[in-house]
Design a protein around this ligand. Structure first.
Ligand SMILES: Nc1ncnc2c1ncn2[C@@H]1O[C@H](COP(=O)(O)OP(=O)(O)OP(=O)(O)O)[C@@H](O)[C@H]1O
Ligand SMILES: [Mg+2]
Length: 228
């Protein structure tokens, strides 16, 4: 699909903690074109993860609108949000978030179970996704038997297996050494070259160098959009 894939319109997000109200996002406007590799950068507490959660349908805004491929996702029920997440979004987190009691193949198969894909096809597609990240020969291992970089590659395979149009990553290199982090970024670059829209929240200057566009955010507002 060409054109705008993600549209954020005057989005505000408030968190209430007892008496206190935290204005995590204070009126964010952003349009992301399909096929872009975009970085979101800003200081700690500026609202990066909050924005990623809203784009990824993990939460809804207090006010304002979010559209994914033209569909308004800003006022959906939990159930509808879960369905859209499973269909359109692949997540990669700093802490990998893998299930430690099952093999990496089973980890990668999990999103396909929620998508009601038959078990044989689940296995085939998960194997293929693990091949793409260079871990096919490890598929019967558990996450605890792998290095940090390998675990993150499993998480990427799990994000890709449902063939989402959007990949969202929150500090994907935050727990990795520089060299391992670079190899993970190479994978994101490849994923993007294969046509997916990739949004990376990061402090890592290397991501900034690789991205086509950098969105700078501070105190819940976009302060600058850098296009290369
Ligand atoms: N679930 C929550 N409940 C209450 N406040 C929250 C919640 N999540 C985030 N916040 C607050 O919202 C603001 C933005 O947080 P957010 O996690 O989006 O920042 P961030 O830019 O991702 O920071 P970091 O770089 O440290 O990850 C912060 O003030 C934070 O304390
Ligand atoms: Mg964060």
């Amino acid at each position: 699909m060409n054109g705008t894939i993600i549209k954020v319109k005057n989005v505000k997000k408030e968190y209430t903690l007892g008496e206190a109200v935290i204005n995590a996002l204070r009126g964010v406007n952003l349009e992301i074109n399909s096929g872009k590799l975009l970085a979101i950068m800003g200081p700690s507490g500026s609202g990066k993860t909050t924005l990623m959660h809203l784009i990824g349908c993990l939460d809804i805004p207090t006010s304002g609108k979010i559209y994914l491929e033209g569909e308004d996702v800003s006022e959906l029920s939990e159930e509808s949000l879960a369905r859209i997440r499973n269909k359109k979004i692949g997540f990669v987190f700093q802490q990998f978030n893998l299930l430690t009691r099952i093999t990496i193949l089973e980890n990668v198969m999990t999103p396909l179970m929620y998508a009601h894909v038959p078990v044989k096809e689940r296995k085939e597609r998960a194997t293929e996704a693990l091949k793409e990240v260079g871990l096919a020969e490890r598929m019967n291992h558990r996450p605890t038997e792998l290095s940090g970089g390998q675990r993150q590659r499993v998480a990427i395979a799990r994000a890709l297996v449902t063939e989402p149009s959007i990949i969202l990553a929150d500090e994907p290199t935050g727990n990795l050494d520089t060299e391992t982090g670079s190899s993970i970024l190479e994978i994101f670059k490849k994923i993007n070259e294969n046509g997916k829209t990739v949004v990376v929240v990061t402090h890592d200057p290397e991501v900034g160098i690789m991205a086509e566009e950098i969105v700078h955010i501070r105190d819940g507002l976009i302060t600058r959009i850098e296009k290369k």
